[in-house]
Design a binder for this molecule. Structure first.
Ligand SMILES: NC(=O)c1ccc[n+]([C@@H]2O[C@H](COP(=O)([O-])OP(=O)(O)OC[C@H]3O[C@@H](n4cnc5c(N)ncnc54)[C@H](O)[C@@H]3O)[C@@H](O)[C@H]2O)c1
Length: 307
């Protein structure tokens, strides 16, 4: 499988490339960036590690060379300022994103290609990509709340001194202020977290607030997220490459799940070789469903301002 990372010279794109390289599952990684020197430099640096990490093909190149990609990951974009909401980024990033979609169309891509949006505001840009590219909606998806979910699981595990890989807990909805925690389905090794004595309403509130504030905290401390977002990008691509049928909170266009339609947002989604295979309407607490629907309304309002 070939993956092209548009914006691969930046922090998120290069960290994702490294996560893909370490896993050794995809065979070919192309770094594409408006800053061609940076793209060449990152590709070269990654290539130097091939002797230790495996013999994937890693190189920099433009849209013409990218046309045989199986997955285009779009990480190009402007970062949030510490006090800026993701939706405030809309106007700054929409024009840039439209240029990228046009360049992809000019460069060409296969009818089976998949487009994986990471740039923010990710749900809005994913929906734009679904509407503007002549690809089935199942082949266009966004990172959605994958990173928020990873943060949530890792922070819960840290707080309870548990193995993070055994903690399952989803964040659903918008990758942004209206995201919601699905405590109803949170488990550790299959046992309900809500049944643990430590998991009080105050604990739940504290962990969710920490998760929600994590993006701004990382921006304040180191300029922007990189390693964890790279890991979740790779997790999604590996679900596709290996046809894993993993249930992931990626963002994709909705067709009725939880009453959501015609917006891209995160619900439990089965991911495999053809991209989005299914949306799964698992039973949530009524207040969680209401939160998810409110998140959908907030996104629709933003989308209406842009489209
Ligand atoms: N969805 C998520 O969970 C998530 C998490 C973290 C960051 N992000 C988003 O990812 C994006 C990138 O963040 P970053 O920290 O890597 O920023 P960065 O500034 O480090 O990198 C952005 C890269 O995009 C390149 N670029 C800009 N315009 C381009 C264009 N038209 N074509 C090709 N390349 C172009 C730049 O040269 C730069 O190398 C931002 O929008 C950020 O908000 C999303």
């Amino acid at each position: 499988m070939k993956v092209t990372i548009i914006g691969g010279g930046g922090r998120v794109g290069s960290n994702a490339a490294f996560a893909l390289q370490c896993a050794g599952i995809v065979q070919e990684i192309q770094i594409l960036d408006a800053n061609t020197d940076l793209a060449e430099g990152e590709a070269l640096d990654l290539l130097h590690g091939a002797a230790s990490l495996g013999g994937q093909r890693i190189y920099a190149g433009g849209y013409d060379r990218a046309k045989d990609s199986d997955v285009f990951v779009i990480t190009a974009g402007l970062r949030r300022k510490p006090d800026e909401s993701r939706l405030d980024l809309i106007n700054r990033n929409v024009a840039l994103f439209q240029n990228i979609l046009q360049s992809m169309q000019q460069g060409g891509y296969a009818a089976t290609a998949q487009v994986f949006v990471v740039s923010n505001p990710v749900d809005i840009l994913t929906e734009m990509a679904v509407r503007e590219l002549n690809l089935p909606w199942q082949q266009v998806y966004g990172l959605g709340t994958m990173l928020d979910t990873a943060r949530f699981r890792s922070l819960i595990a840290q707080e309870l001194s548990l193995d993070a890989s055994q903690v399952s807990a989803l964040i659903l909805g918008e990758h942004g202020d209206s995201m919601i925690p699905a405590w109803s389905s949170a488990t550790v090794n299959g046992l309900p977290l809500a049944g643990m004595k430590e998991v009080t309403p105050a604990f739940q509130q504290k962990l969710f607030e920490r998760t929600k504030g994590s993006g701004a905290e990382v921006i304040r401390r180191k300029g922007g997220a990189g390693w964890a977002v790279g890991a979740t990008i790779a997790e999604t691509i590996h679900a596709v490459a290996l046809d894993r049928k993993s249930l992931l909170p990626v963002s994709s266009q909705q067709h009725g799940c939880y009453g959501l339609r015609d917006i891209s947002i995160s619900v439990p989604t089965v991911m495999g070789r053809k991209g989005v295979l299914d949306h799964v309407e698992v039973k949530l607490w009524p207040k969680e469903v209401q939160g998810l629907q409110a998140s959908g309304r907030a996104l629709r309002e933003s989308l209406n301002q842009v489209l």
